[in-house]
Each structure stands twice: as C-alpha cells, then as structure tokens.
Design a protein around this ligand. Sequence first.
Ligand SMILES: Cc1ncc(COP(=O)(O)O)c(C=O)c1O
Length: 484
Amino acid sequence: MVTRLETSLYNQLAEKLADHIRSGAIATGERLPSIRQLAKREGVSISTVMSAYSILEEQGWVEVRPKSGYYAIKQARPSLAIPSIAHTEARPIVATTSQLVMDVQRNGFRSNAINFSRATPANDFPIAKHLQQSYTRQARTRQHLGVGYTVPEGSEELRQQIARHAIDAGVAVSPDSIVTSIGSLNAMGLCLQALTQPGDVVAVESPCYYGILQLIESYGLRAVEIPVHPETGMSLEALKLALEQWPIAAIITVSNFSNPLGCSIPEDRKRALVDILEHYEVPLIEDDIYGDLYFGERRPKAIKAFDTQGWVLLCSSVSKTIDPQMRVGWVMAGRYYEDILYRKFVNLVATPLLPQLACADILSQGIYERHLRQAREAYRQRYERLADLASEHFPSATKISRPQGGIGAWFELPASVNATELYHHAKDQDVLIAPGEMFSLNKQFRHCFRLSYAYRWTPEREDAIRRLGEWVTQRVSPTNTFDQ
Ligand SMILES: Cc1ncc(COP(=O)(O)O)c(C=O)c1O
C-alpha cells in the first residue's frame, strides 16, 4: 500500500524536477539521472523516483527513450501575465444576465464534448466510492428516514460536522447557528431574500460568478459592480466609495479562490472588510465554497473568522469538494439566523435528510481530509499543466489568472478577440468553455473566458487547448496588444 508520506514525497520530487525543467536548469533534450542515481541522491526509494518520473511523463515534462532513460522534452516557457482589473460602471444597474448562461448549462451535459465550461470537481478520486458507501449505510441503518418532515434547521449531525470543520477556516460557531440548504447558491438566495426588497442595491464582484448575478436578477435587485483585483479580490477602496454613494443593502463576495478569477482576499484585507461592515452597518454574504481547495500550506481564513458582531452570513456547500449532486449546503447566518430559518421554512419546509446524513458521515471520518489532500495536489498540478499549455499555444499577449486554489482559471484575450465567438466556434467542435460575458451585467468581459482545469489531462483535452489557442492566434495580428 502506498502511504501518505510516499505520495507526498513523489509529488514533491516530481514538482522539483518540473521546476528545474520549467526554469531551464535542466535543458530540453537533457538526460535526467537514472532511477537508481536519483533515489540515492535524494535519499528516497526506487518506487518514489519511478512514481515521480511517471507523473512527469504524464504531464509531458519528460519522455522515456527505450534502453536509454528519461529526457526532458520541454523548453522553459515564459509565463503569461495576470488579467487586468475590470473597469466598472460605479453606479447601480438593473440586473439582466446573459442569455448565454442557459446555453452553456445545457451544453455542459453533452457527453460527447470536451468540457472545460463547468466548475465541477473531478470524478477520478476515491471519494465517489466512499460516498456511495455512506449513502448505503445511512439508508440501511436510519430508522427515521421516510417517516415525515424534518426540522427546518437541518440535520443536527451535519451541523455539528460543519461547525467542527469551520474551525479550519478560523470560524468558531455553534451548530445551532447553522441552517442547512440545497447547496451554496440556495443559501445565498435565502440570504438575499432575508436582507433585501425588490429594487434594493447589492454590491457584487466584477467579474462575478453568473449564478449570483442570476439570483440578483430574479429578486428584482439592482447591482453595483465592484472591481476585483486578480490577486487580492474585491477592491475595498471601490467598495467604500460605493457605500458612501449608494444605499447598499448587502455585499456579496466569494472570499477564497473566487469564481472566475481564482483570487483570495488576503487576511489583513478581510479584517479591514469587517471594519467596513461594522462602520457602515451593512451585511455581507460570504461564499466560501472553494476555501478547502487551497494549493498552499494552510487553509485561508473566512471573512467570518473576523466577524464578532454577526454582520457576515457565511454560505458554503460540498459541491466543489465532494459532489454537487448531493445539493448539501449551509449558511452561518450571524445576527440574521431567525430570518434565514424562516425563509428556508417558507421556501423549502426542510431539506432532504439522506444526503445530509451521508455528508455528515463523510465529514466525520478521516476520508474527507485524505480526499482534500489528494484533490488539492491534483488540482494544483492540473493548473500548472494548463498554464504551460496556455503559454505554449496562446498568443503571448494572452493573460491568465494564477489561482492559489480552486478549479477555475480566467483567460483575458487581446481586446479585439471576441470570446463569445470563440465559445460558439469551440462548441461546434465539441469543446466547451464559459464565455466571459456571463460574468458581468454589461457584457464587459467579451474578450475573456473561464476554463475549468479540474479534470485529469488527456491527449484529447490537451489538443482542445491547442485548438482554442490556434483560433485565438489566427485572430490576433502581430501588432495587436491589450488595451491598457
Ligand atoms: C462561487 C460559487 N458559488 C456557488 C456555486 C454553486 O454552488 P452549489 O452547487 O453549492 O449551489 C458555484 C458553482 O459553480 C460557484 O462557483
């Protein structure tokens, strides 16, 4: 059996060698040390080196030449720049979302397509099997399934597990302050219902996850778009200006590894954001759905970790970490607990018990932590591969986000390139991306798109990136540069 230590050893070794090839310290065409030499030099086992080499081979860093050894096959490539900060309207606008969203959703279920459009977790982890076992175990052993309504706040066991895991995000809450929901989007919808009336103004990120924009549209709200810095998240300076100018009823932000930019608000800015909430006495709906999928050493804190007065309503779910099919989410509602519970009761009466019990079962075991370690490492490597493929196949003026976690990357193309056209062209070739215009209310990201890198790279997926890059390259003249 491969131990966790061995897994992290060979991943570390593979990453170290990939870094050497990326930086040019190991030149293209150079022969790498033999398995025995490297094992001796690094003080690791033969099988660790073999696993590291097979990862490098899978990622396209090395090739095996029969009877000769492993050779570096990649040039060190310059990395692409990060996207620019958005220019927003700086005034409330009536929310109307892109017609494309439903087209992208519908096509996202096509089984013959190479799908980069959906922010769905990968399906090649053992958690799927554990989940099935949990469902079966719970269905077999629970007496009270199928005997009537359940309490509106949701399963107590699940709420206990959610409260226990929240400690990792720096959040200390009682299970009694949590309300379960049908995923994170439903949790945010309940929050908006509790906090706003039609016509109210809500501050949202720009670019913003289209599901949030659709919620705002469906509740008849107006939105003021706040620019998001591709590395540090929502601009607090722009937010303060908006709060000075407009009667903002609520703020919504995806605090860690946002969708689509993949950025996180640094801790000091999270503290500063809570000071702003307290000063302006305005609630904030925090979506921390990607927080467990960090690539770094430790999980970033939630904004709620700094909230002592209950202004933050923290929403999340297991849609990105376990399975979106479970539709298990929750909200830690702070001072709005009673309102949220009432809204849940009015909307849903209660949420289905079996998925909640299966989820509590998974969260209560070491399986979840093991799964997260594996998923985080896989996603980090899959992003690195995407960045390499992008710099290989896209024009050098392309920009790509550098997420420190999560499963999505944001591409910014030269301003003259229309990513909606790219979407339609790629769709005809059975390749799906999420066009940028879905991520704002005024279609301002028409030269951008989001691409999910969650799934394992295959030759077909890599070739699809090449084809996307080729299409963009054909539309960029040599003198074309980004509008600054
Ligand atoms: C930022 C963000 N929030 C919420 C959701 C939807 O989550 P759920 O499936 O839990 O409703 C998504 C899905 O893509 C997302 O990216």
